[in-house]
Design a protein around this ligand. Structure first.
Ligand code: GRF
Length: 212
């Protein structure tokens, strides 16, 4: 199964997926890594693994529609069955999300539908939440919405700061994102109305608690 990964930054989630591919856990082939930002570390991670890495700079395009149309062109040259957004910091046009409907995944650092958008860790602290986490979801035109595939959560402690939460949640991301990709590759996911089913049922495996 061909996967194209889109990044904008350090690519630690990309690395978790590369690791899964290399250790035989993930039956996938990453055919390209594409960044909208030049010089980011995630591109080096791809190059080190002999995965084609390229930059499509958003600043070279006059508007979102033109950029996304070019992005589709470049992505489709790599024949993806699945497109994985791994810290790709762009709002996507409806044309883009529709083109990859049901084969476009994102990871978001909150327990969706809570805290869409940015600064999720600070907002969870400010709201005095007891739990915080990360969600992998299929992408629809609305930002950080779409059917949730898997969520991982942990209890917020009194000592937590935005930074500590970010670090702890990142560890969860590196477990749940490869798992979501694996389920997709094994064709175990289906969408029923707005819910994602695993092996045709809502599964406890889609809601996990971590001791980090
Ligand atoms: C992650 O926190 C992810 O939830 C968010 O962007 C960050 C990407 O981190 N969408 P990395 O580049 O994978 O390290």
């Amino acid at each position: 199964m061909n996967v194209v990964v889109l990044i904008s930054g350090s690519g630690s989630n990309l690395q978790a997926i590369i690791d899964g591919m290399q250790n035989g856990n993930l039956p996938i082939n990453i055919t390209a890594v594409i960044s909208n930002q030049p010089g980011v570390y995630g591109l080096q991670r791809a190059v080190k693994t002999d995965i084609p890495a390229m930059v499509v700079r958003h600043s070279d395009y006059q508007n979102r529609e033109l950029y996304d149309a070019e992005l589709i062109k470049v992505i489709d040259q790599h024949q993806p069955d699945l497109v994985v957004l791994a810290g790709f910091m762009r709002i996507l046009t409806p044309g883009f999300t529709q083109h990859y409907q049901n084969r476009l995944m994102n990871i978001h650092p909150s327990l969706l539908p809570k805290f869409t958008g940015l600064h999720t860790h600070q907002r969870a602290l400010d709201a005095k939440e007891k739990w915080h986490g990360a969600s992998v979801h299929f992408v629809i035109p609305e930002l950080d919405a779409g059917p949730v595939i898997i969520q991982g959560k942990l209890p917020i402690t009194e000592d937590d700061t935005s930074d500590s939460l970010q670090q702890r949640i990142h560890k969860i991301e590196h477990i749940i994102y490869p798992l979501a990709v694996k389920w997709f590759a094994e064709q175990r996911l289906s969408i029923d109305n707005d819910s994602v089913l695993l092996d045709n049922a809502e599964s406890e495996l889609q809601k996990q608690t971590f001791p980090f």
